[in-house]
Design a protein around this ligand. Structure first.
Ligand code: SF4
Ligand code: SF4
Length: 447
């Protein structure tokens, strides 16, 4: 699809324009996955404290029933994706390669509703605190990436004055089309969710930023948005346009200070999927036990967008998408720029699983890496004004303090530098490792 005109805004320097790959699934309507015999629901699906299990082996559960309650303020409860019996509570493969505790539910085939959350019909006259409590009770987390509990983002400290609420409809990761389809097929839920969250925050400036390569979504949302006071902005198509800092800059012209958060620029940023989940949690009393995920890639027989229950194994998701035409060289959870490669396909769909991407051998050639040739392309591509090449060398040689002084902690892990690197250097992996090392050292020093 050709890129159409974007609204006249200011844009970040750097970034890249990778092959989009969205043609494989962007025109495929969301399909509801059939009920499975069992689901494996990982307990700790979010950033923060793990939830506390409240069911045990052998318990009967219903769809939407609480399996584990929040384990603190920065935490989120987990709910059953269907009715049935708790077969076991056991470790299962996690998306980062580390086993995670999960509740295995055997479905009884009845799919009986059992949410304890009552629908709130008149949310416009419901207090912001009650709406926020609903968002928390429904187990909502950011569905586009890091899975940060939504109610925490909606609780800025009093000294941080929030005046802009921005929704990320950019979906700038190549191949992913789940948010695009949500905007096309659930436009009312998208804009109503935006308005509900705005009421929680007491914010009047509400924006959805959408990359200009989705003119159909921009048109549909513009028709629905005005009645809820939501503004739709067509954004330039450039990765990582959907990253929080780049999105805030395009919409408001404000820069988030180095090392700061969106709230330091008076903004809260949320994802499109979260807006839809908020509408369902409030109006239907529906906890977050299913989500729309793109299953795609050239090796796949029938790429598309699916509504999966949380706990669906990736292997099953691939099977539902027609299986493979030929063996993929890599399976990634998320998109190719920021996603995580998976070895074990029994890993289940989680609240933040935006995509399941299969890559062919040809696409993987770039994963063999060579020494840095100091070409400087990564410097031009970095949207955060970092100098990635030398920074990665510092981390390789264990010079973590020096790396920190050279702005390692400002890296948003967008992958633009690695994308343009002619030596195919694994820059993002280096930066993730460097940050983890620095954070571990800081924690040790605090103790
Ligand atoms: S250094 Fe970090 S922020 Fe800059 S391009 Fe690379 S991954 Fe993105
Ligand atoms: S793009 Fe790659 S080869 Fe070029 S300077 Fe950066 S790290 Fe080195």
């Amino acid at each position: 699809m050709s890129n159409l005109h974007h609204d006249d805004h200011i844009y970040f320097a750097g970034g890249v324009h990778p092959e989009e790959g969205k043609y494989l699934s962007e025109s495929k309507a969301i399909q509801e996955a059939p009920l499975l015999d069992s689901y494996t629901v990982i307990l700790n699906q979010h950033i923060g404290a793990p939830p506390k299990l409240i069911v045990k082996k052998g318990d009967a559960v219903k769809k939407g029933q609480l399996l584990a309650e929040a384990g603190g303020f920065v935490s989120a409860p987990v709910h059953s994706p269907t009715s049935g019996t708790v077969r076991n509570i056991e470790d299962c493969p996690g998306p980062m390669g580390v086993p995670l505790l999960a509740v295995v539910i055997d479905s009884d085939g009845k799919d009986e509703w059992g949410s304890s959350l009552e629908p709130i019909a008149d949310w416009e006259n419901t207090s912001p605190d009650d709406l926020k409590k609903r968002i928390s009770d429904a187990g909502l987390v950011g569905m586009g990436g890091a899975a940060f509990p939504t109610h925490v983002k909606l609780s800025p400290p009093p000294e941080k004055k929030i005046d802009h609420l921005i929704f990320n409809g950019a979906e700038c990761e190549p191949y992913l089309t789940a948010d695009h389809r949500l905007m096309l097929e659930y436009p009312e839920s998208v804009v109503e969710g935006c308005a509900i969250i705005a009421r929680v925050l007491g914010v009047k400036n509400i924006y959805i930023g959408i990359e200009a390569n989705k003119p159909d979504a921009i048109k549909v949302l513009r028709e629905k948005a005005a009645s809820f006071g939501v503004n739709i902005i067509a954004l330039r198509v450039r990765y990582p346009q959907g990253a929080e800092k780049q999105l805030i800059y395009a919409v408001t012209g404000r820069k988030v200070p180095a090392g700061g958060l969106p709230m330091d620029a008076g903004c809260v940023v949320q994802n499109i999927g979260t807006a839809v989940a908020v509408t369902e949690a409030v109006k239907e009393g529906k906890p977050l036990f299913e989500r729309v995920t793109t299953v795609t890639g050239e090796p796949l027989a029938n790429p598309g967008n699916w509504k999966f229950r949380i706990g669906t194994p990736v292997s099953k998701a691939i099977e539902l998408a027609g299986g493979v035409k030929y063996s993929p060289a890599k399976v990634i959870l998320g998109g190719p720029m920021m996603g995580f490669a998976q070895k074990n396909l029994q890993v289940p769909v989680m609240k933040n699983t935006s995509g399941i991407l299969l890559l062919s051998k040809e696409q993987l050639v770039q994963y063999e890496s060579y020494p840095c040739i100091r070409c400087g392309r990564c410097v031009d591509a970095c949207p955060m004004n970092i100098i990635p090449g030398p920074l990665s060398t510092m981390i390789e040689s264990g010079e973590f303090e020096l790396a920190e002084k050279n702005n390692l902690m400002h890296c948003i892990e967008c992958g633009s530098c690695a994308y343009v690197c002619p030596s195919f250097r694994p820059l993002v992996q280096h930066f993730r490792r460097g940050k983890a090392e620095i954070n571990a050292r800081k924690r040790k020093m605090k103790k």
